[in-house]
Design a protein around this ligand. Sequence first.
Ligand SMILES: [Zn+2]
Length: 160
Amino acid sequence: MGKIKVGFGFDVHQLKENHPFVLGGVKLEHHAGAYGHSDADVLLHAICDALLGAANLRDIGFHFSNKDDRWKGISSLVLLQHVVALIKEKGFTIGNIDAMVCLEAPKINPHIPAMKTYIAEAAAISEEDISIKATTNEQMGFIGREEGVVAYAVCLIEKE
Ligand SMILES: [Zn+2]
């Protein structure tokens, strides 16, 4: 009987005017974008934290410090590749990933197929094993005021 483990991840970034908005590896056309040390891809960061958590490998800040210039402006798809290599070193493969993005605008549903393609390629898994969902915050709080964007992710990893 193999071993299965679950992991949970959360991330939040500020939205700034006239800043690029990268989400799930996709560059969104929008008047504002997520701000941070890397490309501030909130969805990929939540997924990375879920995978690291499942494998008991601490968190994304431990592996990719925001004080380390190696990660400044880097594509978070590269961080995801790195995380997948770490969990593979521990003998795990990814079962599935389920993620939720909370933001007011823009609508991301048209971009979800492309996000799944990028994530599947970076994590070397099937698009069928990646679920990405989106919701607004019903105009309430910092998400509702378009001051920030939040993502949550859970994943399952397994080993023989
Ligand atoms: Zn982040």
